[in-house]
Design a protein around this ligand. Structure first.
Ligand code: DD3
Length: 319
């Protein structure tokens, strides 16, 4: 019979506070932040994406927990079929369906925890109507830039990566040059169990470039360096050639420290659509043709109805 949460709670030592014990990567963490989680409400769920976003509390702190079933990796299929129990659901002619009971290590659920979560974190996962905004170079300087400067969008986690204070063991490649260098590592969204949803990010060392909007021909050595060394590293480490990669920026980005997304071409990553993604190779060519391309061009991007930036565009009469 399955052990109840009470049984397990009784067995584990009571010394550690759930939130002060982040656990150690790769080691089971019975006192991790999920065990004491009290559900407040479901923020969003998607049957197709097989994920659910939950708002709740751990001790007295707000938290968001994201649970997601991951793709079945080719390399685990044979073990999955061999070592699982099958329970027949129905049979009709040549057709039959089963519930397969996989061994625990082949039946993991990717779990992301944000704790303490701010109201912004919570809101981000609520389903919202979206609107397309067209931002001219002038709009950027008068509406968007003042807004992003006034907000304390924390990029602490980015600095932690660059300074090796977090995720140092996950770095796939680093070019330490302060001007053209970057760190390449798997994005949070990828659990690295299968190549189908490969997702890495290149985070630049220099801290004076917020987004695509700041790029000029001065940055071409940085961009071509990221393209060539990023693609090389992914080819070497994962055997995925450049022709199988979608390499791009987001505009607007979700954090204002320049970074490049490397995703599997087979995987429709969230945010890879034409309304938000700008291919690195297009960006390079546009800057080669016109150094002020991204300073002066209008750029369109989607904004959620509850995004404060949308309100700024409305107030400025741009929507
Ligand atoms: C983020 C955008 C940011 C929730 C979530 C993710 N890759 C990250 C911290 C460390 C990381 C990322 C914000 C935050 Cl789930 C709110 O992303 C990260 N580390 N995308 C990596 N490797």
């Amino acid at each position: 019979m399955a052990e109840s949460e009470n049984d397990r709670a009784a067995k584990r030592p009571k010394t550690t506070d759930a939130m002060n014990d982040p656990g150690v990567a790769g080691v089971p963490s019975p006192d991790g932040p999920v065990s004491g989680f009290e559900i407040t409400r479901i923020l969003r769920e998607c049957a197709r994406e097989k994920n659910i976003f939950i708002h709740g509390k751990v001790k007295d702190q707000d938290a968001v927990v994201i649970l997601e079933k991951t793709p079945i990796g080719q390399d685990t299929v044979s073990e999955l079929l061999k070592s699982s129990e099958l329970q027949l659901e129905m049979k009709n002619d040549v057709y039959s369906t089963y519930q397969l009971r996989a061994p625990a290590h082949l039946n993991e659920i990717k779990t992301t925890v944000i704790c303490p979560a701010t109201e912004k974190h919570v809101k981000k996962y609520l389903h919202q109507e979206v609107f397309l905004v067209e931002e001219s170079g002038e709009d950027y300087r008068t509406v968007t830039l003042p807004y992003i400067s006034s907000q304390s969008f924390s990029v602490q986690w980015v600095h932690n990566i660059l300074e090796k204070k977090a995720e140092a063991d996950r770095i796939v490649f680093e070019d330490p040059d302060p001007v053209t260098g970057f760190v390449l590592l798997p994005d949070f969204k990828w659990d690295q169990k299968q190549l189908q949803d490969l997702y890495l990010i290149a985070i630049v060392h220099r801290r004076d470039v917020k987004s695509l909007r700041d790029l000029t021909s001065e940055h071409l050595p940085l961009l071509t360096n990221i393209r060539s060394k990023g693609e090389d590293s992914i080819q070497r480490q994962y055997g995925v050639p450049p022709s199988k990669l979608r390499v791009y920026f987001h505009y607007q980005p979700s954090y204002y420290h320049l970074h490049v997304h490397f995703t599997s071409l087979e995987y429709s990553a969230p945010g890879c659509g034409v309304e938000r993604a700008h291919l690195l190779s297009d960006v390079i060519q546009n800057l080669q043709a016109d150094s002020s391309y991204y300073r002066s061009r209008s750029l369109a991007f989607p904004l959620r109805a509850d995004d404060a930036l949308l309100l700024k565009f409305r107030e400025a009469g741009k929507l």
